[in-house]
Design a protein. Structure first.
Length: 382
């Protein structure tokens, strides 16, 4: 089939710039799609480094000012993989000139930014999607299918955590390349927007809206040297964040994220307990889904460890042969494949900016509750 080109302008060349570039390059090798991404241009402030990135990943050209990139007539889609403080400005400018916009999570640094982003892309009527990649782990997509089929019955509990340990040293500076996640002015928040946002996005997708939360946050290291100013400055991010939640379906939840769980690098787990069955998933073992079904014959009842590698499993028929695993980078490829398929069918692909705003509404309520010490209502998505 003759494919249609979709010219990509990528902003940012860090960790996420690499995951997205890899997805753009690989997607048509494994999925049969009408559209193919073309790596037209990559943009970042450092001219030398961006040239090296372009050469490594095969981009046709480079820009050092995103304002030039978004107005280039040869670009169809702007993909934002730069730090959080750039998301709103770039997305709004890109949608304003009719470009499609993809954006890394979280959508904005705060609700005000995220609402403006949603308003602009919707007014422009341009395709938009936020990169919440964990939805596209085949085991997580299977969890969604099992829940939607009603196999769990009424859901009582949702339990999620995302544990890391990379900021424990008090000598780690804040700010600048790679460490912008520690600078509140750039990131917007700490683990609430960075890690809990993933847990919340998956939870809203699997278990529906959250009504209320009560939260606590802590900043364990109060001051750190700032890489850009060279001065020791107050740390404004939350290092750890935990909250209780009530979902609209009546289920109760606990969520926890921290960068101070010594020994854990990226331990994202969730467990869902329903009337008939339970599900447990763990990012460190991402190709497995643990499933317990109380309706199994009593003598054989127990937790099943499903190896999600068969052609019947979501996305897996596009990969190798049954039994062989795929990994983290494939989640971005799956998300891109779904986006391109949506483009062919003229259908929006989840999570849209509006759906990502729902996550920002929850993180906003979490931070408000941590400050007020009270239960806080989550703003409803209209
Ligand atoms: C933080 O260390 C981080 O890279 C997040 O920013 C990502 O969103 C998460 O997937 C892995 O951890």
């Amino acid at each position: 089939m003759a494919r249609k080109n979709l010219n990509i302008g990528l902003v940012g060349y860090g960790f996420m710039g690499r995951t997205h570039s890899n997805a753009f390059r690989q997607v048509n090798r494994f999925f049969d799609l009408e559209y193919q991404p073309v790596l037209k241009a990559v943009c970042a402030r450092d001219g030398e480094k961006v040239k090296a990135f372009a050469a490594q990943w095969g981009f046709d050209s480079v820009e050092t000012d995103w304002r030039t990139l978004v107005t280039r007539p040869d670009i169809d889609l702007i993909d934002i993989a730069s730090p959080n403080d750039t998301h709103a400005e770039i997305a709004i400018a890109a949608a304003g000139v009719g470009k499609m916009v993809l954006c890394e999570k979280p959508l904005g640094r705060n609700v005000a930014e995220a609402e403006r982003m949603v308003e602009t892309v919707e007014k422009a009527g341009t395709a938009n999607m936020a990169w919440y990649n964990y939805r596209r782990v085949p085991a997580v997509t299977l969890a969604k299918q099992l829940i939607d089929e009603g196999r769990l019955g009424r859901i009582f509990h949702y339990r999620a955590k995302f544990l890391q340990d990379w900021t424990i040293s008090k000598d780690l500076p804040q700010g600048g390349a790679a460490l912008w996640r520690l600078d509140v002015n750039v990131a917007g928040s700490g683990v609430t927007g960075d890690l809990l946002a993933h847990c919340i996005d998956t939870a809203l997708w699997l278990n529906g809206p959250i009504d209320q939360v009560t939260a606590m946050t802590e900043t364990f290291i109060k001051e750190r040297k700032h890489n850009l100013t060279g001065k020791v400055e107050k740390v404004g991010i939350d290092d750890a964040s935990a909250f209780l939640a009530r979902f609209s379906n009546g289920s109760l939840a606990t969520f926890e994220a921290t960068r101070y769980a010594r020994g854990h690098k990226a331990l994202y787990t969730f467990e869902i307990n329903g009337e008939h069955a339970s599900i447990l998933w763990d990012l460190h073992d991402l190709h497995r889904l643990q499933f317990f079904d109380h309706r199994d014959e009593g003598r054989l009842r127990g937790w099943r460890s499903l190896h999600i590698t068969d052609g019947d499993h979501p996305y897996m028929k596009h990969w190798w042969v049954p039994g062989l695993q795929i990994g983290y980078e494939h989640t971005f490829i799956h998300q891109m494949a779904d986006f391109l398929q949506g483009l062919s069918e003229g259908k929006p692909v989840a999570p849209s900016f509006r759906e990502a705003l729902a996550t920002d509404y929850v993180t906003d309520a979490v931070l408000r509750s941590a400050a007020s010490g009270r239960w806080e209502h989550v703003k409803k998505l209209v």
